[in-house]
Design a binder for this molecule. Structure first.
Ligand code: BG6
Ligand code: MG
Length: 219
């Protein structure tokens, strides 16, 4: 039985990874090094401050800055990121997402957002999908980031569901692990090898239905 579907935001419902990358690359460039797209993969699903640490290590600058300097750099990156996402439109919702969300709700299953991003409310508003969620848990509401299960456990609680009756949709390894730690099943969205621990994997939502979800989970 499925009571609640919990969706990650970045990389699952919208392709914001490109904006995160552009903003981190700009920061790296100001610090005097090039941050490659390949290295950027390691930032997916990771919190803002943890992402900064990975970036600084990539540039050979780990431990060079004070906590206050790091806060300022993260704020600078976020300013550019917010500029990008403020200009987002509903066209940037990934294919099949809205149809699938409607399918889920029609089946009587609750929906929750479980995102590490503090910008999640802004992105939901810009893309016009805020109304599809019974509960929204964003990065500003949790004290520990994925792979800690807190973000998904809150989504379960807010929708009145037992963890075992929740299914998490995730594109990042940290999120798949968070779902497992929460005692939830997971659907890996995408083609990354890092998703191999998910209960099941789909390339995207284009042809995916609640019927197929139920069948896959029964196998
Ligand atoms: C996750 C993204 O959803 O949110 C990460 O995958 C990002 O790349 C994290 O670092 C935090 O986002 P924000 O918007 O609060 O900096
Ligand atoms: Mg993600």
């Amino acid at each position: 039985m499925i009571s609640t579907c919990i969706f990650d935001l970045d990389g699952v419902l919208v392709d914001t990874a490109k904006y995160h990358y552009l903003a981190w690359r700009k920061l790296a460039s100001q610090l005097g090094f090039d941050f490659t797209e390949r290295r950027n993969e390691a930032l997916k699903g990771v919190s803002r401050m943890a992402s900064l640490d990975i970036l600084l290590s990539a540039g050979g600058m780990a431990d060079r800055f004070t906590a206050a300097e790091k806060q300022e750099m993260a704020a600078r990156k976020n300013g550019w990121y917010v500029d990008y996402v403020s200009r987002m439109t509903p066209d940037e919702i990934l294919p099949g997402v809205v149809r699938f969300l409607e399918d889920v709700r029609r089946a009587g299953i609750k929906t929750a957002l479980g995102s590490a991003s503090r910008n999640a409310p802004l992105i939901l508003e810009r893309t016009g999908i805020a109304g599809y969620f019974d509960a929204v848990v964003d990065g500003g509401m949790v004290s520990t980031a994925k792979p800690d299960p807190q973000v998904f456990l809150m989504g379960a609680e807010l929708t009145g569901a037992e963890p075992a009756a929740c299914v998490v949709f995730e594109d990042a390894e940290a999120g798949i692990e968070a779902a497992a730690r929460a005692g939830m099943r997971s659907v890996g969205v995408g083609t990354s090898k890092a998703l191999s621990r998910a209960t099941t994997i789909i390339p995207g939502f284009e042809t995916f239905t609640v019927n197929e979800l139920t069948q896959r989970l029964e196998q």
